[in-house]
Design a protein around this ligand. Structure first.
Ligand code: CP
Length: 307
């Protein structure tokens, strides 16, 4: 049985297979309409979500399966003191696969320890969000046709933004990928991303404080929200809250085939005047999330011998 706890749980070949399956699902939706008939997905969301939970739900319905779960820890027995491990073990009695979001880093790994069914990390604190990364990879692949030779600008809260950490881990495994890490010094990527991920990979990267400095070089611009819920004080959050706002004017010298991405939700980071720009792909990206989660559910059930 396999879980998906971090992006690096998947080999490059498995990611390729997942992307190929998602592409086939997009082309031939009807072929997969009964693929998960009789199967159940449990969504255990201890932290708020719109896209991740709804796209998992839509994914399982479109595969002909069923969904159960909770979207608020307050309505679960966690309020009575039940551990993550026991909650996951229980959900495994009622479902064939589990997608779990939790505010504590490592909680899905703890849950996976005794789980009888595959666990998918749907976001754990500031650590990782591997299904967002698969979503991002599918988007990059559909827009660029490759993962190699790309310059990717990551902009905003690179310290607490788990989607950024997971995307760097995934993209630095491809050839000749370069990163522009655009953030104020206080919100730059954690040291371990530099020492354990970027440096060993040999990927080129630059840490800069404005997007204007790198805009003409970028193939992908990945905007992120300042993660208010992870700051230690409201004062700190307010200091950074509007650090970066992408608007039409800032795109004047960007490439014509730039891909603008954002895991969403956005607050102020992308002005709505960018939404109609053909380079804005963040809503397509959210749709891609459904297709890649369909592919992931199929693969994990297959790898677990449950299909
Ligand atoms: N991108 C993302 O994880 O969105 P939600 O928090 O709405 O699930």
């Amino acid at each position: 049985m396999r879980h998906l706890l971090d992006t690096t749980d998947l080999s490059l070949q498995e990611i390729d297979e997942m992307i190929a399956l998602a592409m086939d699902i997009i082309e031939h939706k009807e072929k997969y309409a009964h693929y998960c008939q009789g199967k159940k997905l449990a969504t255990l969301f201890f932290e708020p979500s719109t896209r991740t939970r709804l796209s998992f739900t839509a994914a399982m319905y479109e595969l002909g399966g069923h969904v159960l779960g909770f979207d608020d820890a307050g309505s679960s027995s966690a309020t009575k003191g039940e551990s993550v491990e026991d909650t996951v073990r229980m959900a495994g009695c009622y479902a064939d696969i589990i997608a779990m979001r939790h505010p504590l880093e490592g909680a899905p790994r703890v849950g996976a320890y005794r789980s009888a069914v595959p666990i998918i990390n749907a976001g754990d604190g500031g650590h990782a969000h591997p299904t967002q990364t698969l979503t991002d990879l599918l988007t990059i692949y559909r827009e660029k046709g490759t993962f190699d030779n790309l310059t990717i600008g990551l902009c905003g809260d690179l310290k607490f933004g788990r989607t950024v950490h997971s995307l760097i881990k995934a993209m630095c495994r491809y050839k000749n990928v370069r990163f522009a890490l655009i953030a104020p010094k206080e919100l730059q990527v954690p040291d371990y991303i530099i020492s354990d991920v970027l440096e060993p990979s040999g990927c080129k990267y630059a840490q800069v404080e404005t997007m204007e400095a790198v805009m003409p070089d970028l193939d992908v611009l990945y905007m992120t929200r300042i993660q208010r819920e992870r700051f230690f004080s409201e004062e700190e959050y307010l200091k950074h809250k509007d650090a970066f706002i992408l608007d039409k004017k800032k795109l004047w010298n960007a490439k014509q085939d730039l891909t603008i991405m954002h895991p969403l939700p956005r607050v102020n980071e992308i002005s709505t005047d960018v939404d109609d720009d053909p380079r804005a792909k963040y809503f397509v990206q959210a749709l891609n999330g459904k297709y890649i989660r369909m592919a992931l559910i199929i693969k994990l059930l297959e790898w677990g011998g449950m299909m």
